[in-house]
Design a binder for this molecule. Structure first.
Ligand SMILES: Nc1ncnc2c1ncn2[C@@H]1O[C@H](COP(=O)(O)OP(=O)(O)OP(=O)(O)O)[C@@H](O)[C@H]1O
Length: 372
C-alpha cells in the first residue's frame, strides 16, 4: 500500500456567484460568495480528520467540492493519486464507489417512499455490484450497523433518528468504500444517541479500514473520533493539529473560543472562559486582514490589514499549524484545560456501551432505547 495520503487537497476554492435575477445580471451586479477560500489538507489512509467550525464557515462546501457535488472553482483534489478535478462525469461516478457520504439529517436524506432495504440496496444497483446477492448483503449491512435485518421492509419514518442514521451509514457502506465523508452525522441527534453513533463509526472504521473526513460544528464530538483536526473560519483553515495537541494546546483565538463554548459544569471555570460573540461575517463581504479580527479578543491594529498564513507553531509537536500573527506570543499549553475533561464526561463509557434495541409497539412501529 502506498505511503502517500489517501486524500490530498491543495488550494481548494469554491466561489458561488449570486445575482438576484435578470436586472442584476443586466447591471452586472454579481456578488461572489467565497465559501471556500484556499483550503489545503491531507488525510492519511485509515485516519479520521475532523473539520470543525461554526455554521457558515465552509465545512460542507469543502466536503462537497472534494466530492465534486459542487464543482471546485480552483485547486486540486488528489484521491489515491488521481486528480478528481480532472475526471469526466463518468469517471467521477465510477470513483464514487470508493467515496461515500453520510449526511446530517437522516430524516431528509433517506427517501421516505422507499423501504430501508431498498434504500441500502440502491447504491449497489447504481454501481452494478453484488448482483444476485443484494438482499443478503442488505441483511448483513443492517446487522453490521446494529439494526435487525427483519425490519428491512419498513420505511424510514418507522425508525427513530439514531436508527435512521444507522440506515444512512449502512447505505454508505453498501458499495465497500474506502473513504467516507460524515457531514455532521450526529448533529440532529440527542447526546446519548450521538455517543452510540460515534461509537459505531469508530468500530466500522476499524473493521473496514476506512478513512474518514468528519465534519462537526461541535469540538466535543470531534475529540472523540478524530486523529487530527482542522478548524475552519470563513472559508479558511485557521488551525490544524493532532486532536490531543489541539485540545491541550489550542493556539488560534478562534479555536480557544470554540473550546470555551463547550458547556462547563463548574461555574468558576466557566467564568474564566472566552466567550465567542457575534456571528461568522458574510463571505460576500469578508473583513480585511485576518477574517477573525472583528471578533478576536487578541486583535491588534495589524490584524486588520495583515492576512495571516497557516504556519508551524513554534515549539509545538505533530505538524501543529495556526494562522495568526500573534500565535508565538501565546503561552505554550495555555489552552482550556478543563475542556478535554468535560468532553470525556459527556461521552462517558456508559453512553458508548449502550446498545440500541428495536422493539415494536404493536402497530408495527419501532421504538427501543434509541431516540425519536
Ligand atoms: N449553493 C450556494 N450558493 C450560495 N452560497 C452558498 C451555497 N452553499 C453555501 N453557500 C454559502 O457558503 C458559506 C459556507 O456554507 P457551508 O454550508 O459550507 O458552511 P458550513 O460550515 O458547512 O455551515 P453549516 O454547518 O451551517 O452547513 C455560507 O455563507 C453559505 O451561505
Amino acid at each position: 500500500m502506498s505511503d502517500d495520503p489517501l486524500l490530498s487537497v491543495s488550494g481548494l476554492h469554491k466561489y458561488f456567484t449570486q445575482n438576484d435575477g435578470f436586472i442584476d445580471r443586466l447591471l452586472g451586479a454579481d456578488e461572489t460568495v467565497k465559501a471556500v477560500n484556499g483550503v489545503s489538507f491531507d488525510i492519511e489512509r485509515g485516519e479520521t480528520l475532523g473539520l470543525v467550525g461554526e455554521s457558515g464557515s465552509g465545512k460542507s462546501t469543502t466536503a462537497r467540492s472534494v466530492l465534486r457535488l459542487d464543482e471546485p472553482t480552483k485547486g486540486t483534489v488528489s484521491y489515491d493519486g488521481t486528480d478528481l478535478t480532472a475526471l469526466s462525469d463518468r469517471e467521477m461516478t465510477e470513483m464514487r464507489k470508493r467515496i461515500q457520504i453520510v449526511f446530517q439529517d437522516p430524516a431528509s436524506s433517506l427517501n421516505r417512499r422507499k423501504t430501508v432495504g431498498q434504500i441500502i440496496k440502491q447504491p449497489m444497483e447504481i454501481h452494478g455490484l453484488y448482483e444476485g446477492e443484494r438482499d443478503a448483503r442488505v441483511d448483513e449491512l443492517m446487522e453490521t450497523v446494529g439494526l435487525p435485518p427483519q425490519y428491512s421492509n419498513r420505511y424510514p419514518h418507522e425508525f427513530s433518528g439514531g436508527q435512521r442514521q444507522r440506515v444512512g451509514i449502512a447505505r454508505a457502506l453498501a458499495v465497500d468504500p474506502d473513504f467516507i465523508v460524515a457531514d455532521e452525522p450526529v448533529s440532529a441527534l440527542d447526546v446519548s444517541i450521538q455517543a452510540q453513533i460515534l461509537n459505531l463509526l469508530e468500530d466500522l472504521q476499524a473493521e473496514f479500514d476506512l478513512t474518514l473526513l468528519f465534519i462537526a460544528h461541535d469540538l466535543s464530538v470531534i475529540r472523540h473520533v478524530c486523529d487530527r483536526v482542522a478548524v475552519m473560519y470563513l472559508g479558511e483553515i485557521v488551525e490544524l493539529a493532532d486532536a490531543d495537541e489541539l485540545f491541550s494546546n489550542p493556539q488560534h483565538p478562534y479555536t480557544r473560543a470554540l473550546l470555551g463554548a463547550i458547556p462547563q459544569p463548574v461555574p468558576e471555570l466557566a467564568r474564566q472562559r472566552q466567550v465567542l460573540e457575534g456571528e461568522v461575517p458574510s463571505p460576500l463581504d469578508p473583513p480585511s486582514g485576518c477574517s477573525f479580527n472583528p471578533r478576536c479578543p487578541e486583535a491588534t491594529e495589524e490584524c486588520t490589514s495583515v492576512d495571516p498564513t497557516l504556519d508551524d507553531v513554534a515549539g509545538a509537536t505533530g505538524g501543529h499549524q495556526a494562522a495568526c500573527i500573534h500565535v508565538d506570543e501565546f503561552e505554550v499549553g495555555a489552552g482550556v484545560p478543563s475542556a478535554a475533561q468535560d468532553v470525556d464526561e459527556r461521552f462517558s463509557i456508559e453512553n458508548f456501551d449502550a446498545e440500541p434495541t428495536l422493539a415494536t409497539d404493536g402497530r408495527g412501529r419501532s421504538g427501543g432505547d434509541d431516540d425519536r
